[in-house]
Design a protein around this ligand. Structure first.
Ligand code: CMC
Length: 382
């Protein structure tokens, strides 16, 4: 029996079909467990930084002090983007979505660093560093251009998370804000074979360059059923407006089979462990900065959805509380999904490397449902 005949039942959305063997992350969706390289994410969120976590994901083990210092220094060194990329971005319509700008700019990096040498560890290392370093700068640069301003250059004295917040406002963020933002990046860095990672792996399997791999993943992440949901959560809370409207809103969604944004997950049938941590972070920010009516609405919405849809395993996912945290950090809504990309690039690159090590091009099959031997109808008769 060939591989093609072994699996003959079509599974919409490839649900439950393993796409690869991987040792990068692990999720148990019924127990609410997520681990990166075997380490519980809660531990990393408490004790690690985003760059240390990215190193762990990509290179397979926690760095020692020297390795982390070298990695962080190299990332810092490569943060700036070429003026020609900035000039190219200036030609984008300012009203365009930043995810489209990011996808185009990530792909454009391939024009500047075009030598494709996938068997050269130094090429791989440099590509990893460049992508992790430059993606936040490109997101922040397009944001400034959208506001009609010149991009703010990276600040050499600021670490990864603080520097991104700085590039949005030209103000040094408060230490708590930078820390919370760094934890958000860690929480979003990797999540097994999610849709954008799968997209990255499929692209990687053709042995194209890593910039094309990341660009295809960014395009996939942008959709409202994936990374785009965090933006939609805030729009939904705005639409609901008042606590009294929560129950009728949920009932209306259920009656019309409309998805409630920030809820449900292909893998988790309990509350997403990342949502729990993000909720705690939102609470910390509220304690520091004062209350937020959308947080109260979110709590009520969670209660009502759990009551109505908990039996189906519909609970808050990672996107439900992240928007509330970003809002409290003063980050504009259009940047929520690009921030997801800034973090997830670590996971995409880890899977790119893993794919290269055992590569076989992805080429699934299909269940053909069309006709055979159909007649060609001349134009005049159609
Ligand atoms: N609101 C209401 N009902 C839902 C929801 C929701 N958010 N999610 C799933 N359901 C119901 C759905 O109607 C279906 O019910 P039934 O069996 O009676 O027809 C059942 O649950 C299964 O839903 P599905 O759409 O077949 O599940 P899926 O595994 O294909 O989709 C999902 C998973 C995340 C795309 C989906 O839950 C969804 O669209 N959620 C809203 C968008 C969202 O928050 N996306 C972020 C996902 S997490 C981060 C990420 O991956 O980027």
């Amino acid at each position: 029996m060939t591989a093609a005949t072994k699996i003959c039942e079509y599974q919409p959305g490839l649900e439950g079909i393993p796409a690869t063997k991987s040792s990068i992350s692990y999720v148990d969706g019924t127990k609410g467990i997520i681990e990166y390289r075997g380490i519980p994410l809660e531990q990393l969120a408490k004790k690690s930084s985003f760059l240390e976590t990215a190193y762990l994901l990509i290179w397979g083990q926690l760095p020692n002090e020297t390795q982390l210092e070298e990695f962080a220094t190299e990332v810092r060194f490569h943060r700036r983007i070429k003026y020609r990329i900035r000039d190219m971005m200036k030609c984008f319509p300012e009203t365009g979505h930043p995810m489209d700008a990011l996808q185009t700019s990530a792909a454009a990096l391939g024009l500047f660093y075009s030598r494709r040498a996938l068997d050269d560890p130094e090429y791989i290392r440099k590509a990893v560093v460049r992508l992790i370093a430059k993606i936040p700068t490109m997101v922040a640069a397009f944001h400034q251009m959208h506001l009609g301003h010149d991009p703010i250059q990276p600040h050499d004295s600021l670490d990864y998370a603080a520097n991104f917040l700085y590039m949005l406002t030209e103000k040094r963020p408060h230490a708590l804000e930078a820390k919370i933002f760094d934890v958000c990046l860690t929480l979003h860095a990797e999540h097994t074979i999610n849709t954008s990672t799968f997209s990255a792996m499929v692209t990687a399997s053709t042995l194209t360059d890593p910039y094309a791999v990341v660009a295809s993943a960014v395009g996939t992440l942008a959709g409202p059923l994936h990374g785009g949901a965090n933006e939609e959560v805030l729009s939904m809370l705005e639409e609901i407006g008042l606590i009294d409207n929560v129950l009728p809103y949920v009932e209306e969604c259920i009656a019309h089979k409309k998805k409630i944004m920030g809820f449900g997950h292909r893998v988790y049938k309990v509350k997403d462990p990342r949502a729990k941590i993000l909720q705690e972070l939102a609470q910390q920010l509220l304690n520091e900065k004062g209350c937020d009516k959308y947080y109260d609405l979110a709590l009520e919405l969670e209660k009502v959805v759990e009551d109505k849809l908990g039996v189906k395993g519909i609970y808050p996912n990672v996107d439900f509380y992240s928007g509330l945290v970003y809002r409290k950090l003063g980050i504009p809504r259009k940047l929520f999904t690009p921030i997801f990309a800034i973090a997830r690039v670590a996971g995409w690159l880890a899977h790119w490397k893993e794919q290269l090590a055992v590569n076989r091009i992805f080429r699934p099959t299909q269940v053909y449902t069309g006709e055979h031997n159909a007649p060609y109808i001349p134009m005049a008769e159609r």
